[in-house]
Design a protein around this ligand. Structure first.
Ligand SMILES: [Zn+2]
Length: 335
């Protein structure tokens, strides 16, 4: 229970605390002009309709139930029945919600996500937006769309999707990605959904937050994925201090790094006072990572294996923050 965190706010009931923090986050957005009114009715937009943030429950903040990309030849997957089979294991391990980060053009299947939600009872948040450059073929017609056209496309999608996905490269942002950033900022200004950015090897976190800030997206509405690929607590603490969300989503990638690396990073970020900026996901983004396709570690790894270990080593209160309280704020926006 080292990181059981005893701030004065723990005296307030968890839901009330979520609400206060959410209104606070939205108020910051309002001051910066991206949200016109402080919302009293914030929602999380799932593929089967809006829910109250307090109803989200334990959330896997980054998954892909379907993914077809030229960036991962031979590792694509798109079968709805297999997605249901896999998602049932995540539900059985205690998750009540997942956020699917597969964006436009990469095998995203909104009806399929709806079917998985219906079959499992999981709340599922879907993504509009675009991934980073390498995931689109050279002749993909999406490359010819203007920022304005993409913004319209994203905003239309946000009737059913709950996040706006973006991607950046390794220490660089390609021209296609620059256009997508502009479109995402415009869609965010219209709909308010959080902007969720793939970082390559956890690079450029602060720079990406600054880039979006210049486009009018407040740091509090930015979620940076894969920061644990660059397990540098000092750098990420500075990004968290800007107000952005840090998402760690590499549990089970044992051939690259052990889970202990991620736990140590969480512990250090919590020690530095940023427990309220952390999100956790499994990012099971390859066919070969799904047990339903004969691979592993499976969609449930983050809840069945990593979360219990986090609770044993760092305490249940920190786990509750990362898996329940933080996602309820990070993915909420004013309807
Ligand atoms: Zn991903």
């Amino acid at each position: 229970m080292r990181y059981g965190v005893s701030t004065s706010s723990t005296a307030i009931a968890p839901n009330a605390r979520n609400g206060l923090r959410l209104v606070c986050d939205l108020a910051v957005g309002a001051r910066r002009g991206s949200i016109r009114a402080v919302a009293t009715a914030a929602v999380i937009r799932t593929v089967r309709g809006d829910i109250a943030p307090a109803d989200l429950g334990p959330c896997d903040a980054h998954e892909h139930l379907f993914l077809v990309t030229p960036g991962q030849p031979g590792d694509e997957y798109s079968d709805v029945d297999k997605a249901i089979e896999e998602a049932k294991t995540l539900r059985a391990a205690g998750a009540q919600a997942l956020v699917d980060w597969t964006p436009i053009g990469l095998g995203r299947d909104l009806d399929g996500l709806g079917a998985v939600s219906e079959a499992t009872g999981l709340h599922i948040v879907a993504a509009t937006g675009l991934h980073r450059d390498v995931h689109y073929a050279a002749d993909d017609p999406l490359r010819d769309e203007s920022a304005d056209a993409l913004a319209d496309r994203f905003a239309t999608d946000l009737a059913r999707c709950g996040i706006i996905k973006l991607g950046a490269g390794y220490h660089a942002v390609a021209p296609f990605e620059v256009t997508a950033f502009a479109a995402a900022a415009a869609a965010h200004a219209r709909v308010g959904a959080p902007v969720c950015v793939h970082t390559e090897h956890g690079t450029m976190g602060g720079a990406l937050v600054e880039r979006l800030g210049e486009l009018g997206v407040p740091a509090q509405r930015v979620i940076l994925a894969h920061v644990d690929r660059n397990p540098d607590a000092g750098e990420h603490a500075e990004t968290a201090a800007m107000g952005a969300w840090l998402q760690l989503d590499g549990p089970g990638r044992t051939k690259y790094w052990p889970d202990s690396t991620i736990l140590a990073l969480i512990a250090e970020l919590a020690d530095r006072g940023h427990a309220d900026r952390l999100l956790l996901g499994g990012d099971t983004g390859r066919r070969s990572m799904m047990r339903a396709y004969g691979g592993g570690p499976g969609l449930d790894y983050v809840f069945a294996r990593f979360k219990p270990r986090l609770e044993r080593e760092l305490g249940t209160q920190l786990s509750e923050r990362i898996f329940v309280e933080n996602p309820a704020r990070a993915f909420a926006f004013a309807a």
